[in-house]
Design a protein around this ligand. Structure first.
Ligand code: ADP
Ligand code: ASP
Ligand code: MG
Length: 593
């Protein structure tokens, strides 16, 4: 018999009427001949309220007790949902994470799922009852209650769908699907019928709060088709599946992370292992770094810039102060009033000119770009917080996201596209331990590029647009771009170009540098880009750190870095490329599939 998992978010169970409406939906599905598992979030803003209560008592509540507290929100919902189904004359059993047997590690407030028992759920389903599972929670090996991180009920739902080999995982929420950007921020955002796992993963990680990004990791790993739709209407929602809606479209969505902070460590001696000192100290504070950008300076010193959540800034600065002293770096600075705007799209990987279009559009609005980081299917820029909404609107408009792409692939619409594949994949793994472990699927080496760095460029709106437009006008295709704030309002820009175009590009940028009044570009004639891709790349904060320390151990210096949700890219000297590839393959043997 087919199994359908239906997840109801906070607003969808905010009061008794909504709980009854959700119960009716599940009953209708059961009547169509399916077995139904409901996953339920805490009612309305209940979790926020619990967090507030804890903070009223103490600024630093113990994480274990926080989980004990937060898990109660979902417990209320499952009990009420079971009562609602009973009152409608049907049978249902509510189960907590522990009762189901959702085993997690012990990292309270951000636990990862290790395994899920299916026996009890199957017994309830086979008895003709609806299973009502509490979202967002699990239990560690010592029977402590754990939670999966805010928004984690999505992850519970997709994980249950995976282990049960469900035919569909439906996410009922307060919007009727995934939009090209948050429709509450930009009313002109367009509803998308279909989006690929990779695109949704990147979008979720750069601010599209509609799905918990780890739920998409599960969906991708176990081929679970996810259907995001409205609790309050029957319109078709958005299918999250393997293939994109329009593969040729360079950009499928945009997102904003409003409360970010930028930190730059200046003048770090450019030698193997320097970056890792900074990263380890920050990781030790339990802070996740993002948008890591390293630029080699002309004088053998590097600047390392990165962003962290605004709330993590105080802890980060402590770590950075320490690292600066230890490394003999020149100093550091930070800016707590910045936001990150990103665009994501599969088509970007094969098309040129996407980045400079974005930079030009922002320049025309007079918006200054503080930092840039590009990866295969994502471009992120950092801007000051006051202009962030305008920057989001600008990029949404320049890529025409409000209009439907011309080249829609067939196969979208509602309804799962590949249910049986999902069931097969899930059955194969249902018994595996470590469901949310890091998985590396590919480590590649591309040794065909050269690197160019423009240092000390006057930092003003339009700078990046000008640089990359002139390079594009010279017929040169730019691959990886990183820009960071240097010192005193001067920016450093590094990028890679095909080796055959190096001389032309040096000539072009030397001329440009003299017009801009900055020093001549520096370059590496032959660099190698190593790219590690997989699942859990960012939420497992250790990936970048493991890459850098394994490379540093054999004396390989990292010249450029860019990270994304599915990939970490590093650029090293081409002569070291093969060696670096071997080192990374060895480093990640235990997690490579
Ligand atoms: P739930 O409580 O059901 O899990 P969430 O609040 O977590 O709901 O997620 C739904 C919200 O996500 C929407 O109300 C919307 O404002 C926001 N959102 C952010 N980005 C997007 C996007 N790209 N598409 C749709 N909704 C988005
Ligand atoms: N109730 C939890 C939260 O608000 C989990 C969820 O809703 O997904 O974060
Ligand atoms: Mg949510």
């Amino acid at each position: 018999m087919s199994i359908i998992v239906q997840k109801f978010g906070g607003t969808s169970v905010a009061d008794s009427e909504k709980i009854l409406a959700a119960a009716r939906k599940a009953i209708r599905t059961q009547k169509k001949g399916h077995q139904v598992v409901m996953v339920v979030s805490a009612m309305g803003k209940n979790t926020d309220e619990l967090v507030r209560l804890a903070r009223e008592i103490t600024e630093e509540p113990a994480a274990r007790e926080m989980d004990m507290l937060l898990s109660t929100g979902e417990q209320v919902s499952v009990a009420l949902m079971a009562m609602a189904i009973h009152s409608l004359g049907h049978q249902a059993v509510s189960l907590t994470g522990a009762q189901i047997g959702i085993k997690t590690d012990s990292s309270h407030t951000k636990a990862r799922i290790q395994s899920i028992e299916t026996d009890r759920m199957r017994a309830v389903l086979d008895a003709g009852k609806i299973v009502i599972a509490a979202g967002f929670q699990g239990i560690d090996e010592d029977f402590n209650i754990t939670t999966l991180g805010r928004g984690g009920s999505d992850t519970t739902a997709v994980a249950l769908a995976a282990v049960l080999g469900a035919d569909a995982c439906e996410i009922y929420t307060d919007v009727d699907g995934v939009y090209t950007t948050d429709p509450r921020v930009l009313p002109e955002a367009r509803h998308v019928a279909r989006i690929s796992y990779d695109e949704m993963l990147e979008l979720a990680s750069v601010g599209a709060g509609v799905m918990h990004s780890r739920s998409i990791e599960f969906a991708k790993r176990f081929s679970v088709p996810v259907h995001v739709r409205s609790s309050f209407s029957d319109t078709p929602g958005t299918m999250i599946v393997a293939d994109p809606e329009a593969p040729d479209q360079p950009v499928c969505g945009a997102a904003m992370l409003k409360n970010e902070a930028r930190v730059t460590v200046l003048g770090v001696p450019d030698r193997p292992g320097a970056a890792i000192t900074v990263f380890s100290k920050i990781a030790a504070m339990n802070v996740t770094m993002d948008m890591i950008v390293q630029n080699v300076g002309a004088d053998g010193r590097a600047d390392i810039s990165f962003t962290v959540l605004r709330d993590d800034l105080p802890a980060t600065l402590k770590a950075v102060e320490d690292a600066t002293r230890e490394l003999g770096a020149e100093g550091f600075n930070c800016d707590g009033e910045v936001s990150k705007i990103s665009v994501v799209g599969m088509g970007m990987a094969t098309q040129t000119g996407v980045a400079d279009r974005m930079f030009r559009a922002l320049a025309e609005k007079g918006i200054n770009i503080l930092m840039i980081s590009t990866s295969q299917i994502k471009i992120s820029v950092l801007v000051t917080r006051d202009v962030a909404p305008e920057a989001l609107r600008t990029v949404h408009e320049i890529f025409g996201l409000e209009t439907e792409p011309a080249s829609l692939e067939a196969g979208g619409g509602d309804g799962p596209t590949e249910p049986h594949q999902a069931a097969a994949a899930a059955n194969a793994v249902a018994s595996i331990q470590g469901m949310e472990d890091l998985v590396i699927d590919e480590i590649t080496l591309d040794a065909s590029d050269a690197r160019i760095t423009l240092a000390g460029v006057p930092d003003r709106p339009g700078l990046a647009a000008r640089v990359f437009e002139e390079i594009a006008a010279g017929g040169i295709v730019v691959d990886m771009i990183v820009q960071s704030i240097g010192w005193e309002g001067h920016a450093n820009i590094s990028f890679t170009v095909p080796r055959k175009d190096l001389d032309k590009c040096i000539a072009l940028t030397t001329e440009l540098a003299s017009r801009l009044g900055c020093s001549a570009p520096t370059s590496s004639a032959a660099v190698a880009k190593l790219s590690v891709s997989g699942i859990g790349m960012r939420s497992h904060t250790g990936v970048a750190r493991r890459m850098f320390s394994s490379l540093a151990e054999v004396g390989i210096n990292v010249e450029m870095i860019s990270t994304s949700e599915v990939r970490v890219n590093v650029v090293v000297d081409a002569a070291q490329g093969e060696k670096a590839l071997a080192v990374l393959k060895k480093e990640f043997t235990d997690v490579t599939v």
